[in-house]
Structure formats: C-alpha cells, structure tokens
Design a binder for this molecule. Structure first.
Ligand SMILES: Cc1cc2nc3c(=O)[nH]c(=O)nc-3n(C[C@H](O)[C@H](O)[C@H](O)COP(=O)(O)O)c2cc1C
Length: 168
C-alpha cells in the first residue's frame, strides 16, 4: 500500500460511499471488528480532514469504536461486493466473520487495521462523538430508519493517513 496525499484524491465520494459501500474497521490488530457501512461523511472540520461514520449501538463494531481511538474506512473493487454484503449481514458477536470472509487483516502505521484487498483506506483518529438526537430527526426518517429506536452514534475521525493499493 502506498501513502497518498488527500488533496490529490480523485474519487466521487457520493459514489464510493453510497453506491459501492465501505468497511468500517475499529480497533487494533489484536482486537478489531469490521462491518459494512453505506453512510459516511467526508469533509473538513476544525481545520482537519475528517471522515464521519454512523454506528448503531447494537453493532459489535460499536463496542470497538468505544474502546479504541483508531478506525479505518476502506473501499473495494466490485469483485468484493459479496464479501461486503456478508460483513454487513453477520455480526462479529457471533463469529470470526473476517476469517470466514477470507480477507487479509493488515496493521497500518498508526495502529489501525485495514485489509490487504482494499483499494483505498482512510485511517482515522477519533476526535469527537455524539448520539443523534431523536427530537431533531424528521418524522419520515424516524419511521423509515428508527422503528427500533436504535439511534446512531456518530464518530468524527481526523484522517491521519490515506493508503492506496499499488497497481501491479
Ligand atoms: C450496505 C450496508 C450498509 C450498512 N451501513 C451501516 C451503517 O452506516 N451504520 C450501521 O450502524 N450499520 C450499517 N449496516 C449494518 C451493519 O453492517 C451490520 O449490522 C453488521 O452485521 C454489523 O456487524 P457487527 O455486529 O459485527 O458490527 C450496513 C449494512 C449493509 C449491508
């Protein structure tokens, strides 16, 4: 993997997040979990490049987000769609799903974990978190996404490293 300058990133973030989806991996190589995400925000806050992820408290990944400061958001080629689907429908509470998916965990410089198969990884350091406030969420959103009242907690991560798979 090659370190990349974020200013020269040539990606459509709406596509790679909303259509391709990504893996959120929380924790360190000794203790991590990964799940598929379809929601994320990328931008600039407090003078820092940030990625914001939204995690329901029912996820096993939530526990790892709480206990560690480092997380990664990684993107994959279309060939990995089935694996992303698996990681988005099975829980690390019940199985070693990363092993079952045959992905290759890889420790990154700042202590987070990504996978050898990823084409692009944002390594992030948690700088803020907050629960969505149900009172401020529009009614149509509550009805559509929160019938179980499992409101997301969002985590803002400062991007400390961007890694791209080297083309062979
Ligand atoms: C396409 C897709 C997008 C998803 N996006 C999110 C998300 O943004 N936030 C979230 O909390 N769960 C999301 N999920 C659900 C989790 O990936 C799923 O519940 C997963 O099994 C949790 O794994 P864990 O319990 O090992 O953390 C998504 C699932 C899929 C298939």
């Amino acid at each position: 993997m090659k370190e990349k300058d974020i200013l020269y990133l040539k990606e459509n973030v709406f596509k790679i997040i909303g259509k391709d989806n990504a893996l959120l991996t929380a924790g360190t190589i000794q203790d991590f979990n990964a799940m598929t995400i379809g929601w994320a925000t990328m931008g600039v806050l407090w003078g820092k490049n940030v990625v914001i992820v939204y995690v329901r408290p029912t996820r096993h990944t939530y526990n790892l987000m709480e206990s560690h400061d480092i997380f990664t958001v990684s993107f994959y080629d279309e060939a990995f769609r089935e694996k992303l689907s698996y990681l988005g429908t099975h829980s690390g509470k019940d199985e070693d799903k990363v092993k079952n998916c045959e992905l290759t965990p890889m420790e990154v410089k700042d202590g987070g974990v990504t996978f050898g198969e990823s084409r692009l990884t944002f390594v992030c350091k948690k700088i803020y978190f907050q629960d969505l406030n149900p009172e401020e969420i529009p009614e149509f959103v509550i009805g559509k996404y929160y019938s179980r009242k499992d409101f997301h907690r969002f985590y803002i991560g400062e991007v400390v490293l961007l890694l791209e798979k080297e083309k062979i």
